[in-house]
Design a protein around this ligand. Structure first.
Ligand SMILES: Cc1cc2nc3c(=O)[nH]c(=O)nc-3n(C[C@H](O)[C@H](O)[C@H](O)COP(=O)(O)OP(=O)(O)OC[C@H]3O[C@@H](n4cnc5c(N)ncnc54)[C@H](O)[C@@H]3O)c2cc1C
Length: 418
């Protein structure tokens, strides 16, 4: 099977890259083994909130310039401030085109409210997610009885500590009784499958109505809206006060929606989506990937002018750690990691963890290397890359989006675009 580009991994990075390549007229396939990190994410995307030394970043241009001046291996430092900013703006347009209604902008980030009732800086957030509220508002943080993946008393107490007048409330929804019988099934995504049904709207509405008369704003767990904002919009039209949604413990409804809409756009634009398959190996000749072997297609290789590796970090087995080393799983690419295992971790789990920065090393065009030699047609994007800490530096989603679009740009510039 011959394509212009084959992408390994269909998470945020792989899908954004694929959608952009299709826009450039490429014939493109994505092979993706399993669920991506999006299903476990908040649905908000971070661009760059902190430098490796812990200093807060004022704006993306000065942030990237600071990374460069400290010779950081961060992928942004490789690309430079102009390309990071331009591709972040392009990502905003592309995400909006896919039907994702996101607030925030590369030049004006925001503080979102987290499920723990704290405030966290973000680049883009679903419009349903609340931003840091004014202190004069009374806020009801509403749980669903029996649902343990969202804790209103915790969130409300934390908001009160930050000067916000918040109280915990609970609603009972008998329509969910069939899920309640099995606690492992009583999760946000399964609840959403029921609450998204039009016939269940009135029960949800009736449960929230009295609370909406007692508060200025309600925060409700993100347990509806798998495909769109219909229920959210209808509630906001009919209740007596505005409501917002807080992400729950995974699986995450806002993350699942992002995955669904990007996947839908990729397939509708003519991309070949190969779910449940995995790239198990590759032939490399004269510093070029010539064949990809997959588990399902056995002896029929995939061939392509260019290959993009978007296989994710340890979480998705794009990177694998054994006792003494860290390796990239498909091509055995050169990886940045600490020589001694003791240097991989810090004892305090709340410290920035060195292993978070482990990942693939590339050249300035994002091409992977093996034994120090660049593989000419293999681009590496997203969280399989090394040199950054998505958590401590607040840049996970941004690195994925920016490197995905930068790789598509590189492929077009190399004559890969049509
Ligand atoms: C649990 C979690 C929560 C996060 N939350 C946030 C957040 O809220 N905001 C934020 O900005 N960032 C967050 N991040 C950072 C996160 O890494 C990125 O935002 C992003 O979603 C990662 O996307 P990715 O495409 O690089 O990799 P992934 O989402 O990990 O996707 C990689 C895909 O490749 C597939 N794959 C792997 N190997 C193969 C193979 N050999 N063949 C075929 N397919 C393969 C995997 O099955 C997976 O589907 C989070 C990360 C994690 C782990």
């Amino acid at each position: 099977m011959k394509f212009d580009t084959v992408i390994i991994g269909g998470g945020l990075a792989g899908l954004l890259c694929g959608i952009r390549l299709l826009e450039q007229g490429q014939r493109c396939a994505i092979v993706s083994r399993g669920q991506s990190a999006l299903s476990f994410s908040s649905g908000s995307l971070d661009l760059l909130s902190h430098l490796p030394n812990g200093e807060a970043v004022a704006d993306i241009k000065t942030g990237v310039e600071a990374l460069q001046s400290m010779h950081s291996p961060h992928p942004y430092a490789l690309l430079g401030a102009r390309r990071v900013r331009e591709n972040a703006i392009l990502a905003q347009t592309l995400l909006a085109d896919c039907g994702l209604h996101l607030q925030g902008d590369v030049d004006s980030d925001h503080q979102r409210v987290t499920p723990l009732g704290t405030f966290r800086r973000a680049w883009l957030s679903p419009t349903e997610i609340p931003l840091k509220p004014a202190t004069n508002l009374s806020i009801g943080v509403v749980g669903i009885s029996g649902f343990l993946d969202f804790q209103p008393p915790l969130a409300a107490a934390s908001l009160r500590k930050r000067g916000i007048n918040a109280s915990a409330e609970e609603i009972d929804l008998p329509v969910l009784d069939k899920l309640r019988d099995n606690p492992s099934e009583f999760r946000a995504v399964n609840i959403a499958r029921l609450l998204d049904k039009p016939e269940n709207f009135s029960e949800l509405y009736r449960a929230l109505l009295p609370l909406s008369r007692s508060y200025d704003t309600l925060y409700v767990p993100a347990c509806f809206g798998l495909a769109d904002s219909a229920v959210f919009n209808q509630l906001n039209q009919q209740l007596s006060c505005p409501i917002f949604l807080l992400p729950t413990l995974p699986p995450s409804v806002p993350g699942a929606r992002m995955q669904h809409l990007l996947q839908q756009r990729f397939s509708r634009s003519g991309g070949v989506w190969m779910p449940g398959d995995e790239v198990t190996g590759a032939d490399i000749e004269q510093h070029r990937v010539t064949k990809l072997w997959t588990r399902k297609h056995e002896d029929i290789p995939l061939t392509a002018d260019n290959v993009v590796l978007a296989s994710g970090s340890f979480f998705s087995n794009g990177l694998i750690a054994d006792r003494t080393r860290v390796r990239e799983a498909v091509f055995a690419l050169d990886v940045l990691y600490g020589e001694k295992r003791e240097s991989w971790y810090r004892d305090d789990v709340f410290d920035a963890q060195p292993w978070q920065q482990f990942g693939v090393i590339t050249d300035e065009r994002l091409r992977g290397k093996r034994g120090g030699e660049t593989i000419q047609n293999l681009y590496v994007i997203g969280s399989v890359l090394g040199g950054f800490d998505a958590v401590a530096q607040g840049c996970g989603g941004g690195v994925c989006a920016v490197t995905a679009l930068a790789a598509a740009e590189e492929i077009a510039a190399s004559g890969g675009g049509k």
